[in-house]
Design a protein around this ligand. Structure first.
Ligand code: MG
Length: 280
């Protein structure tokens, strides 16, 4: 694959991300896919979706897990409901994530990805999260896959410590610069430099910081690519310096306004193509 193919976050049926026809219409050659709901996570659905992608010349570069009961309503709710961190749903979600790994294998995809949740500070909860993550990684490994953790819910330092403590060779990072801003967890470019050696996939997403004194408490604002505080040119230059050549996967999280979402993604494609020409 040539350096930096454009990508977009798409969905099979779960509502997050654009539908495949948008990627097709915009001529986007790669997608990351949000895994479908449990009842549609079948070999038939996988074969049909894979067939559509192949017919359109679209490569599936990662399959993202997501779960019923997750809510990104505000930062506190996100911490309470998202990923493998919440204790009461952990066992069931671990099982489900293994099924998503199996579904990704049916799609011929070697990468699963996840918002694991807000990784806790060291203690019992942290130790048990290490065990759950190793369990998932061993399952993924048997499927020939790596797991890329989405960034943003903890600092770069804490994420690096977690990865080191898990101590498996198939755990990496999906870097999302806007999340560092939206969650108020650190300067995205500095964070990228810190975790660079683990970055295997990325999101091209933009955002503006919450007001002073509210960072990490209230959401920043997700905005169209190029309109926020990430600095797309610096972001891509930093990725280039780190030797990242993988897909530039656009994520625009306004599923409630499909027309605007499509328009913004089209604009993002042009911006990334210009920057790729200039830098890549
Ligand atoms: Mg993201």
């Amino acid at each position: 694959m040539a350096k930096w193919p454009i990508g977009v976050f798409a969905s099979v049926d779960a509502g997050l991300g654009v539908h495949l026809d948008v990627a097709q219409e915009l001529g986007i050659p790669t997608v990351q896919v949000h895994a479908p709901h449990q009842e549609t996570r079948t070999p038939e659905v996988a074969a049909e979706f894979l067939g559509k992608c192949q017919a359109a010349g679209i490569a599936i570069t990662a399959v993202f897990g997501g779960f019923e009961g997750e809510s990104y309503a505000d930062i506190e709710t996100t911490a309470r409901t998202v990923g493998l961190v919440p204790q009461d749903t952990r066992a069931a979600r671990l099982q489900e994530m293994k099924e998503i790994s199996d579904f990704a294998k049916l799609l011929g995809c070697d990468t699963i990805a996840l918002h694991i949740g807000f990784v806790p500070e060291e203690g019992d909860d942290y130790s048990s999260l290490l065990d759950v993550t190793r369990d998932l990684l061993d399952h993924a490994k048997a499927n020939g896959q790596q797991l890329n953790l989405e960034t943003g819910q903890e600092s770069a330092e804490h994420l690096l410590k977690f990865i080191a403590d898990v101590d498996r060779d198939n755990l990496f990072i999906n870097f999302d610069p806007a999340n560092m801003i939206l969650y108020g967890t650190g300067d995205p470019i500095e964070a990228l430099k810190q975790v660079g050696s683990f970055v295997r996939s990325i999101h091209c997403k933009d955002g503006t910081w919450a007001a002073d004194g509210k960072r990490g408490v209230e959401w920043g604002q997700e905005v169209a690519l190029g309109d926020g505080d990430v600095g797309m040119e610096t972001y891509l230059r930093t990725l280039s310096e780190l030797g990242y050549t993988g897909p530039l996967t656009i994520e625009r999280e306004i599923a409630e306004d499909r027309d605007r979402q499509k328009k913004d993604i089209g604009t993002a494609v042009r911006l990334l193509e210009e920057l790729r020409e200039k830098i890549g």
